[in-house]
Design a protein around this ligand. Structure first.
Ligand code: NDP
Length: 220
């Protein structure tokens, strides 16, 4: 069966991705920052291997990637943080950039040689990273971290054109998780089901696209 490697799999969208792929018989390598807070993940039936990885630790990312010696069919860089929303706090900004933009880029680069032929390399980004779509302002830290992620991954997609894989930056919608909050319109099950359809349909020709969970193109 194919293998998924996903970050931030103990709760929210990451947990739901692990649940849905495992239910389909995939082997899931599920990374979590703190295995002691992974009880929900442990209850998910299927072939799930839990690995500790704090993505803010870039050396740990590189060491983790070196330990991965099996082919990865889907890599989903999902772990993310919001950062301070209404205050431009430099420490929060630096940390949020590290987790949301630098870490997924380093992880993808470190694992690209492990990606199986026809594999999919996905960043869970946000429409809030779209500069064209920003009509409401605010959220400077989060928005800029996801815009940086998009810029970096667009380059990865171009740099990897010669490889048999496709890259995408995917917006999950506004989803009912700790980050999205209870007023979000979209349940995690629906978002992840949509994202999985989009991922399954990715092609090398469309590698480097910025899409939402329904497959709609988002302007940069
Ligand atoms: P949650 O806050 O529910 O979950 C975030 C996940 O990221 C947790 O598993 C958390 O682990 C993990 N994480 C955070 N920091 C680190 C770290 N340093 N190392 C390892 N893991 C870490 O958020 P969502 O599930 O909603 O978000 C998932 C992704 O979707 C994020 O990238 C987010 O930006 C994006 N997104 C979400 C939207 C929404 O409406 N929910 C909208 C647009 C994008 P821990 O439990 O240890 O904190």
């Amino acid at each position: 069966m194919p293998t998924l490697l996903i970050t931030g799999a103990n709760r929210g969208l990451g947990l739901e991705f692990a649940r849905q792929y495992a239910a389909d018989g995939w082997k899931v390598i599920a990374t979590v920052r703190n295995p002691q807070r992974a009880d929900d993940l442990r209850k998910v039936p299927g072939d799930i291997r839990i690995e500790q990885l704090d993505v803010a630790d870039l050396d740990a990312i590189r060491a983790f990637a070196e330990r991965i010696d099996e082919p990865i069919d889907h890599l989903i860089c999902n772990a993310g943080v919001m950062g301070k929303y209404s205050e431009v706090d430099p420490d929060s900004w630096a940390y949020t950039l590290r987790v949301n933009a630098i870490a997924p880029t380093i992880l993808a680069q470190a694992l690209v040689d492990r990606v199986a032929p026809g594999g999919k390399v996905v960043a869970i980004t946000s429409k809030m990273g779209s500069i064209a779509d920003n009509e409401s302002g605010g959220g400077i830290i989060y928005r800029s971290s996801k815009a940086a992620l998009n810029a970096a991954w667009r380059s990865l997609a171009i740099d990897w054109r010669g490889r048999d894989l496709s890259v995408a930056m995917l917006h999950p919608g506004w989803v009912q998780t700790a980050m999205g909050g209870p007023s979000a319109p979209t349940p995690a099950e629906e978002s992840v089901a949509g994202l999985r359809r989009v991922i399954a349909g990715l092609t090398r020709e469309r590698s480097g696209s910025f899409l939402d969970f329904q497959g709609k193109v988002i302007p940069w």
